[in-house]
Design a binder for this molecule. Structure first.
Ligand SMILES: Nc1nc2c(c(=O)[nH]1)N=C([C@H](O)[C@H](O)COP(=O)(O)OP(=O)(O)OP(=O)(O)O)CN2
Ligand SMILES: [Zn+2]
Length: 130
């Protein structure tokens, strides 16, 4: 039987302001969101670690959390997103950027980023997959 793939997800929130230059509606004005970021990873072999401190885990939730929080979330929390990126801070652009950035950060680990979901409002989200 083909082995199932095991995936591990951590979820974060951060508060930030932005505006969308050229937007034809209200989003051209500065406004804020509580963003929700979901990051899903899997090991290169699709399974879990065997032996060592992460035995039975794709990656320790706490270690994954610390990496993402330090390198991504804390840099965006309570910031003006237009100052953080060289592109228009739409959810699509930010989610794709975060996916690429996290892929580089986790390159030294045994895991690949397979999914990033960025919720901009309770009714609007963007999904980026491998
Ligand atoms: N495809 C995208 N469309 C819009 C983006 C975006 O990043 N990608 N961003 C915005 C604005 O920033 C806005 O804050 C979010 O828009 P919207 O979901 O329309 O927000 P509402 O709270 O007004 O949504 P309702 O559920 O209709 O109340 C605009 N578009
Ligand atoms: Zn917005």
């Amino acid at each position: 039987m083909r082995q199932p793939t095991v995936r591990t997800t951590k979820i974060f929130t951060f508060d930030a302001a932005h505006f969308l230059p050229g937007h034809e509606g209200k989003c051209a004005q500065m406004h804020g969101h509580t963003y929700r970021l979901e990051v899903t990873v899997e090991r290169k072999d699709g399974g879990v670690a065997t032996g060592g401190p992460e035995d039975g885990m794709v990656i320790d939730f706490g270690r994954l959390s610390a990496l993402i929080k330090d390198r991504v979330v804390d840099k965006l929390d309570h910031k003006v997103l237009n100052d953080c990126f060289p592109f228009r801070p739409t959810s699509e652009n930010m989610a794709r950027h975060i996916f690429i950035e996290l892929s580089a950060i986790l390159a030294n680990e045994d895991v690949n980023v397979v999914r990033v979901v960025l919720w901009e409002t309770p009714t609007s989200y963007v999904e980026v997959t491998a």
